[in-house]
Design a protein around this ligand. Structure first.
Ligand code: IPM
Ligand code: MN
Length: 361
């Protein structure tokens, strides 16, 4: 009997539902071609539901989602809801509750896609950021006192435990071993670079750096280890992105550098990421926002959501289908789609989904 995967779909806000529909279309086509089955169950979490019911996320949401093989998320963010409520209440809450401790973000320039970096091409911009996804300033530890007075105190703490650092590093080393540039035939060595700030954050990144070298030397001696300060990383991401293979970093730095990375790969229309719990259920998303001003016009680019679908299949072990989707996206960007920008693709949102399906045979 054909293998069946149960997928939860959270289309979310704004243009989220439009791009998610195309990702689902492409996933279904991939399943048909490969002979496995996908069952989709939709959840209406997002701004509209919150405004209607006053509830950000039902209390049993994480438990329900845990029963699925993977989750596909569109976008969270609604102009009618104050910033932070939905982001913290849905996206971050699910990442934490489902212990998705890795945020995997490839920075890959596809052929035909314009990058703002002069003289760099797909061979240069081709690396992956492993962002820790449960610790750091994201834990919400801190507080405020004397608020609104000239003496106001605001504290937001950067927190890491050895356990969190070790499990993230283990994932990153394993990832570098399996998917690094040597594993892909692009170099004679797989390299993992730690991105930190050991010159200022002398407690947190001292922990990261010690753990990194201890684990690397003991278990992954064949993987080359580099270290970069985060500010210098931003510089090299623009000047010499070809130096990078796999990068690993904390939650906050990872958040920041992956937006920069996304811009170098052509923008939010193409950048996908996975919130991964290697032992549990993972959630895949286009890393851009809900782009509310384009809602319902059929002009938004669904490629990032489609690429998130490809990452989802890879995590399920359907590597060949994941590659089939990514290869089709590459042909689409190389030879068909004019621009990744909303309204300038030369195709409608659903037209892009159809195109990727056609190119998948
Ligand atoms: C991201 C986003 C989120 C984050 C926000 C929306 C909470 O920027 O996924 O990168 O900071 O992680
Ligand atoms: Mn971000």
């Amino acid at each position: 009997m054909a293998k069946t995967y149960n997928l939860a779909v959270l289309p979310g806000d704004g243009t989220g539902p439009e791009v998610t529909a195309e990702a689902v279309k492409v996933l279904k086509h991939a399943a048909d071609l490969a002979g496995f089955k996908l069952e989709f169950t939709e959840f209406d979490f997002g701004g509209d539901r919150y405004l209607r019911t006053g509830e950000v996320l039902p209390p049993n949401a994480a438990d329900e989602l845990r029963a699925f093989d993977a989750i596909l998320l569109g976008a969270i963010g609604h102009p009618g809801v104050a910033p932070g409520i939905l982001e913290k209440g849905i996206l971050l809450k699910l990442r934490f509750d489902l212990d998705q401790y890795i945020n995997l973000r490839p920075v890959r320039l596809y052929p035909g896609v314009e990058t703002p970096i002069k003289d760099k091409g797909p061979a240069d911009i081709d690396y992956v950021v492993v962002r820790e996804n449960t610790g750091d300033v994201y834990t919400g530890s801190g507080g405020t006192s004397m608020k609104g007075t000239p003496h106001e105190v605001a504290i937001q703490e950067m927190i890491y435990t050895r356990f969190q650092v070790d499990r993230c590093l283990k994932y990153a080393f394993e990832y570098a071993e399996k998917h690094g540039k040597k594993a892909r035939g692009l170099s004679d060595v797989n390299t993992l670079g730690l991105v930190g700030k050991t010159n200022v954050l002398t407690f947190v990144f001292d922990l990261w750096e010690r753990a990194f070298h201890e684990m690397g030397a003991a278990e992954y001696a064949d993987i080359k280890r580099d270290y970069y300060h985060v500010d210098a990383t931003c510089m090299w991401m623009v000047k010499n992105p070809e130096w990078f293979d796999v990068l690993v970093t904390g939650n906050m730095f990872g958040d920041i550098i992956t937006d920069l990375g996304a811009m170098t790969q052509g923008g939010m229309g193409i950048a996908a990421g996975g919130n991964i719990n290697p032992e549990g259920v993972s959630m895949f998303e286009p890393i851009g926002g809900s782009a509310p001003k384009y809602t319902g016009q059929g002009v938004i680019n669904p490629l990032a959501a489609i690429c998130a679908g490809s990452m989802l299949l890879e995590t399920l072990g359907e590597d060949a289908s994941a590659k089939r989707i990514e290869d089709a996206v590459k042909v689409a960007t190389a030879s068909h789609i004019k621009s990744l920008a909303a309204g300038r693709m030369g195709y409608s949102t659903s037209g892009v989904g159809d195109l990727v399906c056609e190119l998948m045979s």
